[in-house]
Design a protein around this ligand. Structure first.
Ligand code: SF4
Length: 456
């Protein structure tokens, strides 16, 4: 058995993806009050001395179910849902404006989903005008992006959002193989992607990302190679190559549409990533973090080189976003000192917002220790190294962390130099395992059930 295969068998265990720390199953404050949450936002404003925020807007509707999907979505073909939902998001924003003790400056905005392009462009524009209180914005001062479904993104979507100030979009692709597309119930030929990609370029979008997934049912090496080859015909500025997270016990019937035997096995799955990476690097892309690639002119590649790369609930971003407010059903907000999640059903969300309340249903206020561990996990995920400061409140925890890393050190996946922990080139696929050694919640609590996908 090859060295790599042995390592994958040894370390491919269930573990968090670390889009937050503490991770959601360990949030302590299931009934975070509105006052506690607002206080946490105001604390952020004082601590960072800034009124700049990132807005994430969750637009949850999709016309048909892709069976691999792990997002919070509502499947419907009824477009009458658009207006009341946009009204609710506008109301939620107005409630924020009424309870905060400062006026937020929206530096970044991202439309995610669901399918943002399910919505009529005029509804999206109505929402934007309400958020910015303006007919358009200066793209030099605000960074706006959206997720586009290649099957339903129209020229009107692209032009309306561009005219408002959007310059960035990501196209959900997954894999071009008809067999894989059938297995995941998402039929989307290359010509659809090419049409939207070319149109977006022509209109003037400056950063186009293609989102691919490896480890999908019925996906083999030749499928992913053909997908990369087609992707390279269009040379997007960024490529996300996400690992398919198989968690049918959480996601229910959606992920039961195929047999577990249809999934590539652990080491086969890793080979799909490694081969894709080789092809992308040969074509000039730089690997950014665990699962992103970017051409050298793109801000994500620049952020990696200048060590300003950051990670939040949306994945890797170009800079630290100390205050992120999520609007819409199921959205998660992050004040650096706290997390808050909105109601997870459309009905509950709309109901709470109609009462002029922030629709938060659970959250977590970070302890001083959480904030420090969070910083270390972020450094590992973004820069593959971290340093324990002398006399930090977590210094006494360091021997136990090193002890948990001893197998990884033995396998040359991690190096310790003084109080610096560094992930080696060989260790990069196992970065989540290294973070798990720092994760105090994992070691202090026992989860009654498995909630995480596997780390590789
Ligand atoms: S993958 Fe996207 S389009 Fe498909 S069900 Fe999930 S959110 Fe909807």
């Amino acid at each position: 058995m090859s060295d790599k295969k042995i390592l994958i068998q040894k370390y491919n265990v269930p573990g968090p993806r670390y889009t937050s720390y503490p991770t959601v199953p360990f949030w302590k404050n299931n009934e975070l009050t509105q006052n506690e949450w607002v206080e946490s936002i105001n604390k952020n404003k004082t601590y960072f001395n800034s009124n700049e925020i990132s807005l994430y807007i969750h637009l949850p509707f999709c016309e048909s179910l892709c069976t691999f999907c792990g997002c919070h979505k509502r499947i419907t073909k009824n477009h009458a849902v658009e207006k009341p939902y946009i009204d609710a998001v506008i109301n939620e924003w107005k409630t924020y404006l009424s309870v905060l003790d400062f006026t937020p400056n929206i530096k970044e905005l991202h439309f995610g989903g669901g399918t943002p392009t399910f919505f009529d462009p005029r509804e999206l524009k109505r929402l934007l005008v309400a958020l910015f209180n303006s007919e358009n914005i200066d793209p030099q001062l605000h960074e706006l992006s959206f997720e586009a479904h290649p099957n339903n993104t129209t020229e009107e979507h692209l032009q309306t959002l561009y005219d408002f100030g959007f310059r960035r979009l990501s196209l959900g692709i997954q894999d071009y193989s008809p067999t894989v597309q059938q297995a995941i119930h998402r039929i989307q030929p290359f010509k659809n992607v090419q049409k939207v990609h070319d149109l977006a370029k022509k209109i003037g979008y400056t950063s186009i990302s293609h989102d691919l997934v490896f480890g999908l049912p019925k996906q083999h090496l030749d499928d992913i190679e053909a997908t990369i080859e087609k992707t390279l015909q269009l040379m997007p500025d960024r490529i996300s190559l996400y690992s398919y997270a198989h968690v049918p016990w959480i996601k229910g019937n959606g992920q039961r549409g195929y047999d577990e035997n249809d999934l590539p096995k652990d080491d086969e799955k890793r080979i799909l990533y490694e081969q894709s990476k080789e092809l992308l690097e040969k074509a000039g892309y730089l690997e950014v973090g665990m699962d992103h690639f970017a051409l050298s002119h793109d801000d994500l590649a620049k952020a990696m080189n200048s060590k300003t790369l950051h990670r939040n609930f949306m994945g890797y971003t170009t800079q630290l976003t100390p205050m992120m407010i999520g609007l819409g059903m199921s959205s998660i907000s992050d004040s650096w000192f706290g997390f808050a999640q909105n109601e997870k059903s459309v009905e509950d969300y709309i109901q709470r917002v109609s009462e002029n309340k922030l629709p938060v249903f659970r959250g977590h206020l970070l302890t001083d220790e959480d904030v420090i561990i969070r910083r270390h996990i972020l450094d590992l995920m973004c820069h593959f190294e971290t340093k324990i400061e002398d006399n930090s409140i977590i210094t006494p925890l360091f021997p136990a962390i090193i002890d948990r890393l001893k197998e990884m050190i033995f396998d040359k996946l991690v190096n310790i130099e003084g109080n610096r922990v560094r992930i080696t080139e060989k260790g990069i696929p196992f970065v989540r395992n290294c973070c798990m050694a720092f994760d105090q919640d994992l070691h202090r609590n026992e989860l009654k059930e498995n909630l995480f996908s596997k780390t590789i």
